[in-house]
Design a protein. Sequence first.
Length: 659
Amino acid sequence: MKQLFKPLGALILLALFGLTACNETPEPAPTPAESTGIESLTIPDQFNFSTTQKITVNIHDAESGAKYDIYSLKSEKPEQIIYSDDDTVVVMDDRNQKLASGMTTADGFNVTLNIPAYHKYLYIVRSKDGHFTRKDLLITGNTMDYTYQGASVKQGFARPVAAKSDATSDILYSVSGNSTDLNQIDLGTGTVTKVGNLPFTSIANAVDKVDNYVYVANRERPFELGYYDLSNYTFTKVGNMASSFPRMDYNPADGLLYISNHAKLYTVDPANAQYLQTFSIDGLANTGWGDLAFADDGTLYILTKSGVYKGVFDGNVIHTQLISDPTLPSPLTSLAVGTNGKLYMSKSVSDGKLIEFDPNTAAWKYINISKSIPVNDLGILRYGSTLGPDSDGDGVPDDQDDYPNDPERAFNNYFPGNGLWATLAFEDLWPSKGDFDFNDLVVGYNFNQITNAQNKVVDIQVKFDVRHNGAGLHNGFAFQIPVNQNVVASVTSNYHTAGGIPQNGNGTEQGQNLANFVVFENTEYALGKEIDMTIHFSTPQEASQLGTPPYNPYLIKGGDVHVEIHLPDMAPTSLADQSLFGTADDDSNPATGRYYKTSKNLPWAINIDYKFKWMKEKQDITKGYLHFGDWAESGGTQYDDWYKDLPGYRDNTYLDADE
């Protein structure tokens, strides 16, 4: 409902046609006798238009100091497996994400999550002293209990050289597509020793240094995944993969295998070969061959035919930067990171040599080994302690700690996921109806509740992406957290608001009984900006007291703090003008907790757990999103992923091409 007319043109058009836009005057009722589109829907009274489900997870664990990571999954199986002549792509739901981390205390670990309404599973990963256990839980209600039953934990064994406390050299383990031999290479002496025989040839391996497993994958169908146990020299199959792949490593930070081929990377459960997440890799000049490896500090390195790259995770994308130069021999097939931070690589036939590469300078050199062996992949056991240090002394090992040098912070807890966006979309004519295009204000968001080792919230970091302004009013935007404003120590933002709404010294809004945060006061000036805000608490807060993101967001109509537009059934703040409820088209009833709905249960705002593509001006949302109506009339039980870009879900002619 954007007013884009020049003053003279606007006067002429208004005089001739009586045309109105988003302003204080309600839009005229449609001419047809019967309502169409969204207004023709029959929506249950209690439906609140939520695209997420709130799940409280209670973890019962007798051991203190165990770390838990909790993911949400749509399914235990891939969405799709796409086969082609040169690649196999495994498609997992892009909302399969880690949402929470925490440490057990004497009371276990409890957390409440917002997850996509269409997700059916929680995936729980427990780690203690470097040992991991994993569990899929079918979601059966809004409260889920998980009791850790204990697991048989194998004791480490005296690895040749690498396990000795006074060892000064790493051990490489090599596999080949031309041999079933599993070999080890002592980087201190260059000695090559055969460890044992594998049941198949392999071009990818990875080493779990705590459980002393060498994971290997069959290059031929049925693409078995298994591990060779270095403590008893036996092999165990865990499952079948979707295809062969050249790149694999074990990440000790989350206990998962990371596998890759061409420009895709996947996380896989090493206990059963279950695919969990799909990532796209950008920036690779050539996507063939190579390997991947994690350093102790979590840095990801990717090797392809075009060289060595450093990778950075950003949502479902990995951005890469080339760190080698053309003098590095090519093609190389293997990659491992040593204790010294150097990268070790080889050609498929080593010719009695390995390559040592410095990722900081791009310098490289050959190092000799005792004999030539075929090498398609290298895994590594770094010498010294198998357990990571705790540099900040907070009780969380560095490789499990998102803030290893900060004793006040330990874990990131993102919603909707690290690097991902969800969306708030508003109509701004409340208490009068608008045109239900939900494009008067479109704001993307990503919240991160940063917790300490006691699972209390130290900071809330949030990114807002002000994506669209379809309104004629100068609207503001804010959100409320249900705690006293005095528990907030400070609020910092990279965006300076206009200054018309008074704020307290700690950055909260004045005159409110709870903590309110004004993100911006005028959409016109904020449009197109990405706003970063950090809320720091004077003392760490219980997560259960704060609620779940996005908390209680609202539009400030025309910059008037007394006129707020919230999500359906979310209460207004203490500054809202209560006399507006029940006027015009609003059918709120504060006594029963009913807010911001029409008599037909239609909302003025929706929260979409996705990067939402907004509607064209004055186009009812049901025209562009073909199953929105099915979802709403079913009370959210049908087409709970209506907003996704799936076959038959959208009519793009009604969606804004500028998105």
